[in-house]
Ligand binder design. Structure first.
Ligand SMILES: Cc1ncc(C[n+]2csc(CCOP(=O)(O)OP(=O)(O)O)c2C)c(N)n1
Ligand SMILES: [Mg+2]
Length: 335
């Protein structure tokens, strides 16, 4: 497919910038909290990949749906997720999205069309296709966008779901965030293809590549895929080439030497937020002061949300078996 000619308006650039700044600050603070031992569990930070979530989500209505991954905070934030409920969930508090029982990898908000992050790699792909099937069946014009990684593109669940989506021409867009690594394994060590978008031809759908460090490029490519799906033109596979600035888990992670420092620095030099800000100022869309004001307002909102989360109560022990699918074990027995 040729590169998209669909370009964002100034207002859409500003909108994407705000979504990206919201993700970046949320993640930077979450990283500090987890490194400081204040947040339990594993956090997979999205820093560096913000242009993908923003460039896609700016096209979606609240009724449109997304499915997400273990690296899902950015998707939830860009779709309108509530900072307070997110941080409270990360802290394991009763006021969190999952009442403190799900943590980072299980955040969902059905009112916002966020069908769930998912700790099972590629687990959310068939869910997206099922949602798209339901949307078609109910004759809605909703689009479902499914985010997943390069590693996930090797899973059977992805291939089965992609085949079915193409077969039935379902209104779903598969957005592959190719950050060049699955955990600590580089892409050439886990698959023969370089462009995951090439796999689309095997299912009979269009495959598109976008620079995932450029919000406008993602905007153009995603806009076309989403419009096609909404108009009944079926699914497509959009591969966004991107990079995570931090480790697979947490900030410093497990200190496994699997990436060259020079490679990391090179990608950090392509920071999608800095690049967009340069453009916003150069094109007189925002002044430098207005850009700074966006950051200031997000930082203040985040401080409030963290204070809310820290002041929130832990879940009561009596809620342990509520909202979970497993049957409670009878005293003295095993099910
Ligand atoms: C089915 C399954 N297999 C393995 C894992 C362990 N695991 C967690 S994240 C991950 C890497 C996923 O890589 P990718 O899809 O590229 O996403 P990224 O972490 O790069 O965003 C793996 C193997 C898992 N959670 N689920
Ligand atoms: Mg990856």
């Amino acid at each position: 497919m040729p590169p998209s000619e669909l370009a964002p308006t100034p207002a859409q650039l500003v909108d994407m910038h705000r979504r990206m700044a919201r993700i970046r600050h949320f993640e930077e603070e979450a990283g500090k909290l987890v490194e400081g031992g204040k947040i339990p569990g594993a956090l997979h930070l999205y820093v560096g990949e913000e242009a993908v979530a923003a460039g896609v989500m700016v096209h979606l209505d609240v009724d449109d749906q997304i499915t997400s991954t273990h690296r899902g905070h950015g998707h939830v934030i860009a779709k309108g997720g509530d900072f307070k409920l997110m941080y409270a969930e990360l802290f394991g508090k009763a006021t969190g999205y999952c009442r403190g029982k799900g943590g980072s990898m299980h955040i969902s908000d059905l009112d916002l069309g966020i069908l769930g992050a998912n700790g099972i790699v590629a687990g959310s792909v068939p869910i997206a296709v099922g949602a798209a099937f339901a949307n078609r069946y109910r004759d809605t014009d909703r689009v479902t966008v499914c985010f997943f990684g390069d590693g996930a593109s090797n899973e059977g669940a992805f291939h089965e779901a992609a085949n079915m989506a193409a077969l039935y021409q379902l209104p779903v867009v598969f957005v592959c965030e190719n950050n060049l690594y699955g955990e600590f394994t580089s892409q050439p060590r886990h698959q023969r293809v370089t462009d995951i978008a090439d796999r689309a031809v095997g299912y009979g759908m269009p495959g598109v590549i976008a620079d995932g460090m450029d919000a406008s490029a993602v905007f153009g490519a995603a806009g076309e895929c989403i419009a096609r799906a909404r108009a009944g033109g079926g699914p497509s596979l959009l591969e966004c080439k991107t990079y995570r600035f931090y480790d697979h888990v947490g900030v410093t992670g497990m200190r496994i030497p699997y990436r060259d420092e020079a490679e990391v620095d090179e990608w950090k030099g392509r920071d999608p937020i800095a690049a967009l800000e340069l453009r916003l100022v150069e094109e007189d869309v925002l002044t430098a002061d207005a850009v700074a004001a966006v950051h200031q307002s997000v930082v203040a909102e985040i401080a409030d949300a963290i204070a809310f989360a820290e002041a929130s109560p832990d879940p009561d022990i009596s809620s342990l078996t509520e909202d979970v699918y497993s049957n409670p074990i009878e005293p003295g027995g095993v099910r």
